[in-house]
Design a protein around this ligand. Structure first.
Ligand SMILES: [Zn+2]
Length: 560
């Protein structure tokens, strides 16, 4: 009922402001709604990788690409392109519920419940049986080794055979200023970094302490993302990148572990914020027995191509991930389908409609590739695979425009990109936005570490200028207060939960405007001789410059 009143009120406000609103161009909100409703329906079972829903999802996207008038742009087989690119992945599932016993070292022993106090990932280091017998725990603060910032949480301690207890985010998050970008999350703050560093050092495993603020999401998200099927791209030496035991624990359990060692968790955390921090041995020892089924499977990226008129060897790429979490643990209402309507049926809807608009319009000079990538939710794997096994050379890829999520609450006056990257692509986006009467706001939540959390990051790592576009928080109807409240409510109640479902109250007008903005930017890029680059001080600049000789001489653009 409440939802209905809200919808009626906002629809009314919209009608009143529509004349002043930004331009939707050729885009029709109803079409976006239809894609999201379909792909986010229970029939698509949450679009899990390597489930029956994968084929169904791929069929839908290929069908839409065909109808739009694209050509197959995927793997080249016998001189012909397929609609898809094969992505070989290692898949690992728990064969049974992990048995986890924690001896606190004060005479007390706890049996831990998977998904409750702890969430243990199925191993992706190549092992199918993991037996840990009374392995000691070692608190290593934020688990960061950053020589360029003169920061080392390990201080030369041998962590081999130990379980590392680490904090999420980076050392200056709590204080708000320091050597790690203040509130903004650096890559050192990502849990993926913590796992990688532990593997590099030969630790037995990792327990990341979950806290909602520095993680930017609640325990439900951790539980849902970590207790189901795990994937990785097939690696030459998986054990060098993953330990056998990758897990998260809830903060109250961490407090209990520290208290049993005569320590206070908050005090230990405060020490971890300083350069002088030394690893703290804990009295607790963990025993674990994990049985996993693991195998190599093949998932697929979907690739639709619009060949360029005069420079078909130069490619602009629009990306969005098609996968979500699939079927998982039921929520309190017994719903076990993680529909992923916003995350990321909306991104695919934008990709499809973008493809239709380009195919219907005048043929651009450069080729445009529409790439729906797999396994984003499993660690940006489909995009990592493409970026390291590109269908079209990365040196001649003009840029990547990614959408992960989209506007569902009505138009916004502003827009943003994930993270604080500096690149000419962003300058061009801002200029196009201005023409639409919209303004750019820097990522309002750099502490979420969004730059490392979607597929544009895979392309940035190989030097391709890449952004993830996000709708703004300054709503035409309700301003920033309403925009922030809606986002906070979504993060708490829907993000990576079964309730991320299409709703008749969702308003796709803003999504049509956003897609039009990205269309104008794409048209400019696809019809120019420009090669927008990263800013001089960007960590991705040097990688991009390594491929400069592949591009026409003297054409690499500077950031304006
Ligand atoms: Zn997503």
């Amino acid at each position: 009922m409440k939802g209905f009143i809200w919808f009626a009120a906002s629809a009314f406000a919209l009608a009143a402001t529509q004349s002043a609103a930004a331009d939707m161009g050729v885009f029709n909100p109803a079409r976006f709604s239809e894609h999201v409703k379909t792909l986010g329906s229970d029939a698509y079972e949450g679009r899990g990788v390597n489930t029956p829903a994968e084929q169904k999802t791929i069929d839908y996207i290929v069908g839409q690409f065909k109808a739009a008038g694209l050509q197959p742009g995927g793997d080249l087989v016998d001189g012909k392109r397929k609609w898809t690119q094969d992505v070989p992945l290692l898949q690992s599932d728990h064969a049974s519920t992990p048995k986890l016993t924690l001896n606190l070292g004060n005479g007390q022993t706890l049996n831990l419940t998977q998904g409750e106090e702890i969430a243990v990932r199925a191993p992706t280091n190549g092992q199918t049986t993991v037996n840990l017998a009374s392995v000691p725990l070692l608190f290593v603060g934020y688990g960061v080794n950053a020589p360029e910032r003169n920061w080392d949480d390990f201080k030369g301690q041998d962590v081999k055979g130990k379980l590392l207890v680490v904090l999420v985010n980076d050392p200056d998050f709590e204080g708000g200023e320091g050597d790690f970008g203040g509130k903004a999350m650096t890559y050192y703050g990502r849990w993926t970094y913590k796992y990688e560093e532990a593997a590099r050092r030969g630790a037995a495993g990792v327990l990341v302490v979950h806290e909602t603020k520095p993680a930017s999401y609640g325990w439900n998200t951790v539980k849902n993302s970590n207790t189901n099927t795990m994937f990785d791209i097939v690696r030459d030496n998986a054990a060098a990148e993953h330990t056998a035991f990758e897990s998260w624990i809830q903060r109250p359990l961490a407090e209990q572990i520290f208290a049993a060692s005569g320590l206070n968790f908050d005090q230990a955390k405060a020490q971890a914020r300083t350069r002088a921090f030394q690893p703290i041995p804990l009295k607790a020892k963990l025993s674990a027995r994990i049985q996993a089924n693991s195998r190599t499977i093949t998932s697929r990226n979907v690739a639709g191509l619009l060949p360029g008129k005069t420079h078909p060897d130069e490619t602009l790429i629009y990306t969005a991930h098609w996968d979500h979490l699939g079927i998982g643990k039921p929520d309190a209402n017994g719903d076990n389908i993680y529909n992923g309507a916003l995350d990321n049926a909306t991104g695919i809807a934008q990709l499809i409609e973008q493809a239709r608009a380009f195919a219907k319009g005048p043929r651009p000079d450069r080729s445009v590739l529409f790439l729906a990538v797999t396994a984003e939710e499993k660690g940006l794997l489909g995009s990592e695979y493409y970026a390291t096994h590109p269908l079209y050379p990365v040196g001649k890829t003009v840029g990547v425009l990614n959408t992960d999520g989209g506007s569902i609450y009505g138009p916004s006056k502003n827009f943003t990109i994930s993270g604080t990257a500096k690149l000419a692509l962003l300058d061009m986006l801002i200029a196009e936005g201005k023409k639409q009467g919209r303004y750019y706001s820097p990522d309002p939540h750099p502490e979420y570490g969004s730059f490392y959390r979607s597929d544009h990051f895979s392309f940035a790592k190989v030097g391709v200028p890449a952004i993830s576009y996000n709708d703004g928080n300054d709503m035409v109807d309700g301003g920033v207060a309403r925009g922030e409240a809606l986002q906070a409510a979504y993060n708490e109640k829907q993000y990576h939960q079964p309730d991320d479902e299409w709703s008749p109250t969702w308003n796709f007008t803003g999504m049509a405007e956003d897609t039009n903005l990205l269309h104008k930017l794409g048209e400019r890029l696809a019809n120019s001789r420009e090669w927008p680059n990263w800013s001089q001080d960007s960590e991705f600049r040097a990688t991009r410059d390594q491929t400069a000789s592949e591009r026409p001489a003297g054409s690499d653009g500077e950031r304006g």
